[in-house]
Design a protein around this ligand. Structure first.
Ligand code: SF4
Length: 975
């Protein structure tokens, strides 16, 4: 498909120009595919019009950078703005971006489809009938802002602050909205993390105090992936290109995946274990390294908290929990012997029995891992850690291999994320909220990684709270989360949700049940600062509304992004600033001060001042670099879209703490160093450890390593935590050290007629909710059949295309079979990203089927009435739509499965797969939400709540990460 446009200048390219042999233009690239428009020519870039071929028509473009908003990788994009039409012609990669280096996945250029979507929401809408009936009226931004601001103000004044909640799917930025919520004084941040990555985060945080890995794939000797992320995981493009760099440099690639994923097709070793058995394999590899003394003894001795494991107060409970009690003297040698004893049962044969993978293959992989030394890069994100109960133990077992090899913050190893990411200091930092919100952080889950977001309908139905103002922002829980019908029940109950404001660029299943739908800008229509760990460096990307930047470059003033965006589409930052201003117009609540201009007191902060301040004051080296080009820092970022703060961060943990931070120090018996020195002021290039201090109020500043005071890790011990005192003290002593856990879908826990459904894998060319009208992407991927092995299909006597009924604990869905050898024989799989639906004609017509919902008491049914059809719009391509399917919304049939420790929703389902009934149609769904409640309560009983297990009457270990941390005193449980 194409985008139509016209108005080009026609001219012939002179022979002269061609004969000069310029690298980038004219003619085909002289060099290779890595050729990009050089930044010196971005103001007037010339290309030939492909549609005019064979005539040579020139088109002139201004190239303006922004950041892709279609996943969290924050790749750089260049908008090609046609100088003749003033329209964006296309998006390509920004070669000046240190993370993506000019390369994008298919979703980046498809930003064009999103901004030119004929069905997008262009004006603020207010519900005009009861929720879900599809009746809307257009309202002005002023009406919406005044109404919402008034409600929030009233809730704050009446001290009902816990009734205000902001629930985000894709943040796409680093901290702006958290600070807005802090300015309001509310603990109202909610996220989607518990349906996404909490499992991995828990495992990583237990080891290193930081919750994500930053693998250096490009320089690795061995790469081990449990994330399918070459093609579909988190850092799809920036990591994928570096995995390929690593392979090109000779790295061996090992992939664990139940399916033959795109990543697996590139692997040197691909194994397909029984889902949930991965930790058994990883610990067998660890055992091989341990028993054969193939680990880095010096690294383990310096950086593991083995002394804590051997300390007398740990010995007190060691016998109770069955851990090895090493013989005295309690020195490193004794620990090494204990380690051998602790892991000796994780043999290759044990791993083979658990995983169904041949023991010889596991042994081969172990031998390859052993060759890596400190160049071992590994990654576990989503995949099994998000699929099964105890999934966090997979990330923990995987990182144990890095910790054994010393491949931590090494070239070719794995870095903690925060060291490879830069979050600049903002113009204002409101104080920590003085409250604790129990509906997002319920006391049953004191160790959860992020909010228990997907339990919200159940927590509301429990009567634990109600919401007066509920924002969903780039978040579609009815479709994305498990148990969507319970969400509909909660969202349509005015006693539970007073006013639901959906901030979204497109229609979605949740927005249909909202009170307001407010149209928000896409990647090229908004400002954000965005930084992510893509390799060992630190960079900041700047998302910007490119049409505003273009007009300003030509001398025009743009006060507000609504002036340049389609319809009345607004950017979120301006929206939040204005809403905050209206909540506290006279400043009497102490809120307005955080959105007030410093340059022009008494007026509202503008985004130009906000970002200008950050770029001038918080990005080390940027002012000088900008000045060298005669630009202000803001102009520099508008021109290039990214800034590399530092190349090569290295092993932060091993840095010596400067003497200026070592005032009045004290060392405890575990070699932790506490200081009275304040934290250094100014922007931190590298985040410092933040765990608790000592009982004298000194802060932990580092650890004693062979007589030198080193930075260490931000864990309670200051070292990598092989042994987790936190786990022991908070009621989970059986998980004090890395362990294998039999999951909720372990073969022992399945009925004879049940199998495991893998539902977590994603399509690399769809964007959760926002790609329903990305026509290029829809044309590539628009269905999600059930992957089923030929042997399983033969048992059911089904062939590709036959309908199957997949029964879960709470209902069923009907889906077509896809018979393939690319999956284990004893499991089935169905991808995420499909099954989008709408109740009326209002919606993204290119990938949302029209359905009816049937509802009687707790029983819900969904039936597809109409698939995808061609339709007339201003884009002629909508008449060329040839696909009819929109896939199956399987998540509706999944009950909630909150892991009792990480809080992660355990996505894998124990299902019964049967041939469809005679009246079954593709896409049919049935669910009983009474059963959903029963499953919710069953899993709730598995928890060990803070009331009972907290060692110090707090709600959560203070050292653990938490977005928008409340003031410390609010960690205390009420008496
Ligand atoms: S990986 Fe793809 S979707 Fe994600 S930011 Fe990069 S280009 Fe956009």
């Amino acid at each position: 498909m194409t985008n139509s446009d016209s108005n080009e200048q026609v001219s012939a390219v002179s022979e002269d120009t061609a004969s000069r042999g310029e690298t980038f233009y004219p003619g085909p690239s002289c060099n290779h595919l890595a050729a990009y428009p050089p930044k010196e020519r971005w103001d007037d870039w010339t290309e030939l019009d492909s549609k005019a071929w064979p005539r040579r028509k020139e088109r002139h473009y201004q190239l303006l950078p922004t950041t892709c908003f279609n996943c969290e990788s924050a790749c750089g994009l260049l908008a090609y703005i046609d100088k003749a039409t003033g329209q964006i012609q296309k998006f390509e990669g920004n070669p000046e971006h240190p993370g993506s280096r000019g390369r994008n996945c298919a979703k980046g250029p498809a930003t064009l489809n999103q901004i030119q979507d004929p069905d997008r929401i262009l004006h603020p809408l207010k519900r005009a009938g009861s929720r879900g009936t599809g009746q809307w009226e257009q309202v002005s931004w002023d009406q919406a802002l005044d109404d919402i601001a008034g409600r929030i103000r009233k809730a704050i004044v009446e001290d009902r602050r816990k009734e205000v909640m902001y629930h985000v799917g894709r943040p796409g930025e680093d901290g702006f909205t958290e600070r807005i919520l802090a300015a309001w004084g509310i603990d109202g941040h909610n996220s989607h993390t518990n349906i996404c990555s909490s499992g991995s985060r828990e495992g990583y945080q237990l080891w290193m105090g930081l919750d994500r890995p930053s693998p250096d794939h490009a320089n690795a000797k061995v790469i081990l992936l449990i994330s399918a992320h070459l093609e579909s995981g988190h850092y799809f493009n920036p990591h994928a290109q570096r995995v390929i760099d690593g392979k090109a440099n000779g790295a061996k690639l090992i992939v664990f995946d139940t399916r033959l994923s795109n990543t697996a097709t590139h692997a040197d070793y691909f194994i397909s274990p029984i889902p949930g058995s991965e930790a058994a394999i990883l610990l067998a590899i660890a055992n091989y390294l341990i028993q054969n003394d193939l680990y880095d003894r010096h690294f383990v001795r310096c950086w593991w908290n083995w002394e804590e494991y051997l300390s007398p107060d740990t010995r007190k409970f060691v016998e109770d929990i069955g851990l090895e009690d090493p013989l005295a003297p309690h020195n490193f040698k004794a620990f090494e012997q204990a380690l051998k004893n602790l892991y000796q049962d994780y043999t290759f044969e044990f791993a083979a029995a658990e995983s169904g993978v041949d023991a010889n293959i596991i042994e081969q992989i172990a031998k390859v891992v052993a060759t890596a030394g400190t160049r071992f890069s590994s990654h576990n994100w989503r995949s099994v850690s998000s699929g099964v109960s105890g999934g966090w133990s997979v990330a923990r077992a995987l990182f144990m291999l890095n910790a054994l090899l010393g491949a931590v913050a090494t070239e070719g190893g794995v870095y903690p994320n925060a060291w490879n990411k830069f979050v600049p200091r903002p113009i204002y930092t409101p104080p920590h909220p003085k409250m604790w919100n129990e509906i997002t952080w319920p006391r049953e889950y004191p160790l959860s990684m992020n909010e228990m977001s997907f339990l919200l309908p159940h927590l509301l139905k429990d009567g634990r709270a109600k919401l007066d103002v509920y924002f969903t922002r780039v978040y579609n829980p009815v479709w994305t989360n498990p148990d969507g019908f319970s969400w509909i029940e909660a969202l349509t109950d005015p006693d539970l949700v007073g006013c639901h404001v959906a901030l979204t660029p497109t229609w979605n299943e949740t927005a249909y049940f909202a009170d307001y739908i407010l149209p928000m800008g896409l990647g090229s229509e908004r400002h954000d600062i965005h930084s992510y760990e893509t390799h060992d460096a630190q960079w900041v990307g700047f998302r910007q509304p490119v049409m505003k930047a273009a007009l300003e470059r030509s001398g025009e003033e743009v006060k507000d992004t609504r002036e340049v965006n389609p319809g009345e589409v607004w950017e979120e930052n301006e929206f939040w600033l204005e809403l905050t201003w209206r909540i506290d117009p006279d400043g009497s609540l102490g809120i307005r001060q955080f959105v007030e201009s410093k340059k022009n007191p008494g007026t509202r902060l503008t985004v130009d001042e906000y970002y200008g301040w950050i770029f001038e004051n918080s990005l080390p080296g940027l002012p000088e670099k900008a000045a060298a080009e005669n630009l202000t820092p803001l102009e520099f970022m508008r021109r290039y879209g990214a800034y590399e703060v530092k190349r090569q961060i290295g092993a932060v943990y091993a840095e010596n703490v400067p003497s200026s931070e070592l005032e009045d120090i004290r060392e405890d018996n575990l070699g932790r160093i506490f200081t009275s020195s304040a934290k250094p002021a100014g922007p931190n290039i590298v985040p410092l450890p933040t765990p608790d201090g000592d009982d004298q109020g000194r802060r932990l500043v580092g650890v004693n390593c062979e007589g030198e005071i080193k930075r260490g890790f931000p864990t309670p011990s200051g070292r990598l935590e092989f042994f987790s005192r936190t786990m022991v003290e908070w009621g989970w002593p059986e998980y004090a050290i890395p362990t294998y856990i039999k999951s909720h879908v372990h073969p022992d826990n399945l009925e004879p007629d049940q199998t495991v459904l893998i539902s977590t894998f994603r399509l690399p060319i769809q964007i959760h909710t926002r790609s329903a009208n990305a026509k290029w992407l829809d044309e590539i991927a628009h269905t999600n059949p059930l992957w089923i092995h030929p042997s399983f299909a033969a048992k059911l006597a089904v062939r590709t295309g036959d309908l199957l009924r997949v029964e879960t604990e709470i209902g069923y869905f009907v889906v077509a079979a896809w018979v393939t050898e690319g999956i284990r024989p004893d499991v089935v799989a169905c991808s995420h990203h499909m099954g989008r639906w709408k109740l009326t004609d209002e919606g993204q017509k290119q990938m949302m089927a029209t359905v009816t919902l049937n509802h009687h008491d707790s029983e819900w049914g969904l039936k597809r009435e109409k698939g995808i059809e061609p339709y007339a719009s201003f884009d002629d391509d909508t008449l060329r739509i040839w696909w009819k399917d929109a896939g199956i919304h399987q998540n509706l049939t999944f009950p909630v499965h909150p892991d009792p420790i990480s809080g992660m929703h355990c996505w894998h389902q124990a299902v019964r797969v049967k041939s469809a009934e005679p009246n079954d149609k593709p896409g049919d769904i049935f669910v009983d939400t009474k059963k959903s409640r029963e499953v919710y309560k069953k899993w709730l009983e598995m928890t060990r709540p803070a009331d009972r297990y907290s060692p110090d009457r707090t709600r959560r270990p203070y050292w653990m990460l938490r977005p928008l941390k409340p003031a410390r005193e609010f960690y205390k449980l009420p008496e």
